[in-house]
Ligand binder design. Structure first.
Ligand code: FAD
Length: 440
């Protein structure tokens, strides 16, 4: 089996980093990417500026590989946009990996060859088999290990407050965006319009700041920010206390936009229904509150992992987060609201199906605090284990920044899991903003 490739699913930052580590250890990676290029998911948020600087966005093994091909690292302290991360790092990295990366290859299944999930007999003697769809047809690729770095970008959470689509949400899909709007390309859709933004993470703050900027230039642009939590609290993030300063600054800008009256904040609003009223949408909460009609809705309520193509391998996932069970307690946003996570690796990520690992954004399941740096350390450890270097796999080489985003949901778009924070960090804004009165 050792002659078979290690299949890495997804050519995002973490999948490509895994491939670089594999090459460095003399193993053969095969990265299968559904999209047409490296960082296909990152391209979906090309216009968003990262709160991490380049220093935290380049994997060490990837850097070594790239530098051998004459690549020059971007300025360490610069914060790229998604487009710049892809063009300046992910695409050159995929190029340096050459034939180890295949695009337009969607993984639709993984199984032990000839054995469904139930069968024990002979299981350990068979390789894993990866089922792939390409424009050329179906393929079955035998693999010595499968590293699932397929992210969660493809499965955003719905607007509905209970995690399922609200009544009427699907029918209103033409007016609901589940991504941070690109207000250069899509200015017309939002300029001079009323927009409701739902969510409390980094993406929601980014959208609020961008829409507030649009409101400055286009009178009549109105933004309502819907929070499921009962008070604004720490929703504006860690501010100046945030160890990722760009992220703190974003929260400060969003708070300023709210103070300037560009953003109306509605708290305690869990969407239960989306109704059409003429050309507009009316949102109703699960407790019967009705908001003024809006033209557009931007739902930034987080992401969830899709495990459907892993249905025939044996997984051990946390029932709450959908993260590997041993990782879940380290990242549960009900407990750890600060994004602080103990370093972890192969031990926490390996699955009962030998040779299967879930890494990267997907390994966090529904927890919102994933950082690329965490993913790079994960794959360093996982690849060490696949290479048989158990000591290397157990070694911890990660120092993560803490965040001041405490007392609430964390960095990204968690669905308001609890209000108790673990780290007692400050909230930057203490806005006393109340929901509009209930209307019939
Ligand atoms: C708006 C936004 C801003 C962020 N900012 C930061 C930041 O500043 N700092 C930071 O550290 N982190 C940040 N993150 C978090 C995280 O680092 C990124 O999401 C990062 O892209 C995750 O990398 P990944 O490789 O795990 O997954 P992804 O980047 O999502 O890559 C997964 C890849 O797998 C492919 N794929 C999916 N399914 C399949 C399949 N079945 N078969 C084949 N291919 C498949 C996708 O097309 C994609 O290319 C941010 C995330 C978002 C959404």
């Amino acid at each position: 089996m050792s002659e078979l490739p290690v299949v890495v699913v997804g050519a995002g930052p973490v999948g490509l980093a895994a491939a670089a580590h594999l090459v460095e250890r003399g193993l053969r990676p095969l990265v299968l990417e559904a999209g047409p290029r490296a960082g296909a998911a990152v391209a979906g948020w090309h216009h968003v500026r990262l709160f991490s600087a380049w220093l935290e966005l380049v994997d060490p093994a990837a850097r070594r590989l790239l530098e051998r091909s004459g690549w020059t690292a971007p300025p360490a302290d610069h914060h790229p946009t998604g487009a710049e991360w892809a063009a300046g790092y992910l695409e050159p990295l995929a190029e340096a990996l050459g034939e180890h990366v295949r695009f337009g290859a969607r993984v639709v299944g993984a199984a032990r060859r000839g054995r469904d999930r139930v069968v024990d007999a002979g299981r350990d003697d068979e390789p894993l088999t990866v089922h792939v769809e390409t424009t050329g047809g179906e393929e079955r690729i035998p693999a010595r290990a499968v590293v699932d770095a397929s992210g969660t970008w493809g499965s955003p959470n719905p607007l509905g407050g209970d995690g399922l689509p609200a009544v009427g949400e699907r029918a209103a899909a033409d007016r609901i965006a589940y991504r941070v709007p690109d207000l250069v390309a899509e200015a017309e859709r939002y300029a001079g319009k009323r927009t409701a933004v739902a969510g409390s993470g980094h993406s929601a703050l980014t959208a609020l700041v961008a829409l507030a900027g649009l409101a400055d230039r286009h009178p009549g642009t109105h933004v309502t920010w819907l929070l499921r939590r009962g008070a604004v609290g720490a929703a504006f993030g860690g501010g100046e206390a945030d160890q990722l300063p760009a992220r703190g600054a974003l929260g400060l800008r969003a708070a300023a936009a709210a103070r300037a009256g560009h953003v109306e904040v509605v708290t305690g609003f869990r969407t239960g229904a989306v109704e059409r009223e003429g050309e507009r949408l009316v949102l109703r909460s699960q407790d019967g509150r009705r908001l003024d009609p809006v033209d557009e809705v931007v739902a930034l309520t987080g992401f969830r992992p899709d495990h459907s193509w892993l249905s025939e391998v044996r997984l051990d996932l946390d029932p709450v987060l959908g993260a590997p069970t041993r990782l879940a307690p380290l990242i549960d946003p009900n407990v750890h609201s600060c994004g602080t996570v103990e370093p972890h690796g192969a031990d926490e990520l390996r699955q009962p199906e030998a040779g299967v690992y879930v890494v990267g954004m997907k390994s966090y399941g529904r927890a919102p605090t994933f950082l690329a740096l965490t993913g790079y350390e994960q794959v360093r450890s996982v690849v060490a284990e696949i290479a048989g270097d158990h000591e290397g796999a157990e070694r911890v080489e990660l120092v993560l920044p803490e965040t001041g985003v405490c007392g609430g949901s964390g960095v990204f778009d968690a669905a308001e899991p609890g209000s108790g924070g673990c780290c007692g960090g400050p909230a930057v804004a203490d806005l006393t903003l109340t929901a509009p009165a209930a209307r019939p």
